[in-house]
Design a binder for this molecule. Sequence first.
Ligand SMILES: Nc1ncnc2c1ncn2[C@@H]1O[C@H](COP(=O)(O)OP(=O)(O)O)[C@@H](O)[C@H]1O
Ligand SMILES: CC(C)(COP(=O)(O)O)[C@@H](O)C(=O)NCCC(=O)O
Length: 395
Amino acid sequence: MDPKDYRFSTQISHLALDIGGTLIKLVYFSPNGDNCEDGSIVVGNGCSVVQGRLCFAKFETRKIDDCLEFIRFNILQHSGVQHPNGTAGDKISVKATGGGAFKFAELFKEKLGIVFDKEDEMHSLVSGVNFLLKTVPREAFTYLDGQKEFVQIDHNDLYPYLLVNIGSGVSMIKVDGDGKYERISGTSLGGGTFLGLGKLLTKCKSFDELLELSHLGNNRVIDMLVGDIYGGTDYSKIGLSSTAIASSFGKAISDGKELEDYQPEDVARSLLRMISNNIGQIAYLNALRFGLKRIFFGGFFIRGLEYTMDTISVAVHFWSRGEAKAMFLRHEGFLGALGAFTSYKDKSHGNDLKPHHHAVQRAVLNCSGDDNCRHIPITANLSDGEAIECSINLV
Ligand SMILES: Nc1ncnc2c1ncn2[C@@H]1O[C@H](COP(=O)(O)OP(=O)(O)O)[C@@H](O)[C@H]1O
Ligand SMILES: CC(C)(COP(=O)(O)O)[C@@H](O)C(=O)NCCC(=O)O
């Protein structure tokens, strides 16, 4: 292969995208040093092992042009690939998953000369979680009563588990092994519902603003509690305390108030609680259906927010009477994109490429904060996923 072509084709396959209903997630490999060659070590079988980091970025899907610019200026040019206006002749193949891999395929081809090599969304989610759980230390944790505890993952006792991905909508997947999974349930009441209803009800403009508001609010102003119905007492016979929510938003029935009479922060709090609680409960019911004890929650809805994780954990704990465990992931929002990224290696089997083509060899979390992704000049939300140090094989 012409060395120029070699560089061209290997560099750009270090990017994978997950284009969802609300957010576009990017995972890309950033070699240590200014370019790939600087960080690479050639090993005996002719492969170069390149040291670097997996970096993460996200964009709102409605602002897809920002994402296109980001890829053009930070990834294509940084890789030595210059396609200001890609043409049909300059095809670059990139792994992509999520609904947007279909919806926006033409746009990426037209604007960047990128052709999507599509990976199934559910498959990518599962691959992403398995990669994280098996490779990245201190990835999974529990969160209950304000206590975060990292979970030691036993590779020999990982399956089966339930994966609940809370994106715009929610998918629930029973995972039995690598590439062995079944989507067993889902609900349309997900992150998109929280954000959509939140925008309508509070006039918030963004997810972050809505979260900020929810921090300040009190859900009991709007939620009808068991005590409100039972005159302040518990309904202990069926295990409900007086402070349990009997009916989300139920107080609005008889308060005689208009929406404007409620504080937006209380509305945001009730909404967050309602969505989180409902997902926790449906997750538990599905875990019960299949006798699953471990439930991993992913998706960008969670955003590492204590209140959300606590609500989900309490719901799982309460309904399962402590039998099932809710667990969360540090790279929660990038499961699909990571799965698509790791699929560069899967496709190498059975074709001309050697095994381990672009296989992520090992990963150690790099918690160095600002130092991550420092070559990136234009704005992207980089703080949401900590970079993962790793090396990759280039054949
Ligand atoms: N910065 C953000 N902008 C919009 N939504 C966000 C943001 N951060 C978290 N979210 C929440 O995450 C959800 C999207 O999660 P994600 O896993 O990316 O799903 P999708 O693949 O459907 O886009 C949104 O519906 C919203 O609830
Ligand atoms: C259609 C989807 C898989 C798309 O994924 P997303 O962009 O929401 O992450 C998801 O929104 C979903 O599973 N919705 C729930 C549909 C249902 O089971 O009712």
